[in-house]
Design a protein around this ligand. Structure first.
Ligand SMILES: [Cu+2]
Length: 142
């Protein structure tokens, strides 16, 4: 009788431990998958402007939310400092909707980020540039 109680008490913590391991395996699996698909950009832009290389990535993070990453590498001859943010404008391809400017947050030398929500699903154009020189890329907002 005493032996039986002892084994039951020993068995319970083992069961809890195994359940914790199983729970950990279940949690880490799907999480890693979601991370890799969320990091796939909806559009990539890379274009040499007369003042330097402009690069940008658009990420759609679900429910029309987006994140835009922009990098600018000015040429040695350029007089645009790497601290000067480019203009980023989003507009729809097929509708006469007004484009809107993107407030940019400086995240590093020549690197900016913008987050927000696209007002409407569909095809959009992102323009990125300085002055009257812009690079553009199409992306699907969903
Ligand atoms: Cu629209």
């Amino acid at each position: 009788m005493i032996v039986k109680i002892a084994s039951a008490l020993f068995g319970l913590p083992m069961l809890v431990l195994m359940a914790l391991f199983a729970w950990g395996a279940l949690r880490s699996g799907p999480e890693a998958e979601t991370d890799s698909t969320a990091d796939q950009p909806a559009a990539i832009l890379s274009e040499q402007l007369s003042d330097g290389l402009i690069e940008a990535q658009v990420y759609m993070t679900g429910d029309l939310n987006y994140r835009i990453e922009v990098q600018f590498s000015p040429d040695p001859t350029s007089n645009i400092p790497s601290s000067m943010p480019p203009d980023v404008v989003l507009s729809m391809t097929t509708m006469h909707m007004d484009g809107f400017d993107q407030p940019l947050e400086l995240v590093g030398p020549g690197a900016w980020r913008s987050k927000g929500k696209i007002p409407m699903a569909g095809m959009w154009i992102m323009n990125v540039g300085y002055g009257d020189e812009f690079a553009e890329v199409l992306f699907a907002a969903e």
